[in-house]
Design a protein around this ligand. Sequence first.
Ligand SMILES: NC(=O)c1ccc[n+]([C@@H]2O[C@H](COP(=O)([O-])OP(=O)(O)OC[C@H]3O[C@@H](n4cnc5c(N)ncnc54)[C@H](O)[C@@H]3O)[C@@H](O)[C@H]2O)c1
Ligand SMILES: [Zn+2]
Ligand SMILES: [Zn+2]
Length: 380
Amino acid sequence: MSSTAGQVIRCKAAVAWEAGKPLVIEEVEVAPPQKMEVRLKILFTSLCHTDVYFWEAKGQTPLFPRIFGHEAGGIVESVGEGVTDLQPGDHVLPVFTGECKECRHCKSEESNMCDLLRINTDRGVMIGDGKSRFSKDGQPIHHFLGTSTFSEYTVTHVGCLAKINPAAPLETVCIVSCGISTGLGATLNVAKPTKGSTVAVFGLGAVGLAAAEGARLAGASRIIGVDLNPSRFEEAKKFGVTEFVNPKDHDKPVQEVLAGMTDGGVDRSVECTGNVNAMISAFECVHDGWGVAVLVGVPNKDDAFKTHPVNVLNERTLKGTFFGNYKPRSDIPSVVEKYMNKELELEKFITHRVPFSEINKAFDYMLRGEGLRCIISMEN
Ligand SMILES: NC(=O)c1ccc[n+]([C@@H]2O[C@H](COP(=O)([O-])OP(=O)(O)OC[C@H]3O[C@@H](n4cnc5c(N)ncnc54)[C@H](O)[C@@H]3O)[C@@H](O)[C@H]2O)c1
Ligand SMILES: [Zn+2]
Ligand SMILES: [Zn+2]
């Protein structure tokens, strides 16, 4: 047992006090883990666009003060009552959607939507007792996605932690904890392109480029990247994207442009933008008869998806996925192994690194559409 087990830990956390305002590094108290919970020391974390949407709180429910962060790697510090499969020192990746291993979803081969631990963006407390484990001078601070990794220590439910190979470098594999697995799984587990097929990827951030990587691994012969930001195209070439379309360069809808390039439509499309119009285009650009579109981007609270029903009657399939349909505890250790045995390259997704004290720079990069993933080191 570590010397801090059972005690409140005082440590640094980046607190979002208000929507859209820079995070403030504060000294906070982190309570010990309760029943079925684990307290971990975060070593590396990165920023995913989902953090930015809820921090901006423009199209999402505002909940402040809050500690954001859900893509990270850490080491177990102590465990609460009932936790048997993790112990202090284990290397773990926290995941925003969990796996209780007991519910119908966890027992189904098709679903990763655990009844107990599925993603809940509006909950800011632990599910066990409805309370927060974070406070500052007695004031509770909300959790985010059950992970809150922008803190030197955090508490999660045991079902939201994937135990990984301790030899895997956390400064690199931390990105498997959200974006990379999400994109890769959206293609490999959900869109399932066949060898030689054509795949369109909407949004060429880390999630979209991981989806492109999945298409490459599946043997797609054409991978068409769609983005509004032309600076994305240079980077995307490293990911096997063969053609690029910027909707701004055309005066007809992008789905028509893609249909023209592909004799009627792409075989598969994966949407990784969060923009509802891109979601509709991603659906309408797949070929009738067999095309499958997969939505990954997180929409605004009030968005509505509108398409003519005949687009569906014409034998197109629309799907969606959280976390690429991976079950965090059962499947993520093997995604890390794919990196360890060099099947999956992760370094090319990491374009920036900053110390924890400069975490707001990671937000600036993402808001400016610069680079892919920015790794934040907790120990400078
Ligand atoms: N479903 C899940 O499990 C899951 C998990 C992680 C992230 N996400 C979501 O995936 C999306 C991508 O995340 P990211 O971290 O890669 O973000 P990112 O900001 O790095 O990349 C998004 C890209 O989409 C492009 N884009 C935006 N609007 C567009 C449009 N209308 N048409 C074409 N391109 C457009 C942007 O220019 C950008 O390059 C976000 O919506 C994020 O919330 C979902
Ligand atoms: Zn994410
Ligand atoms: Zn479950």
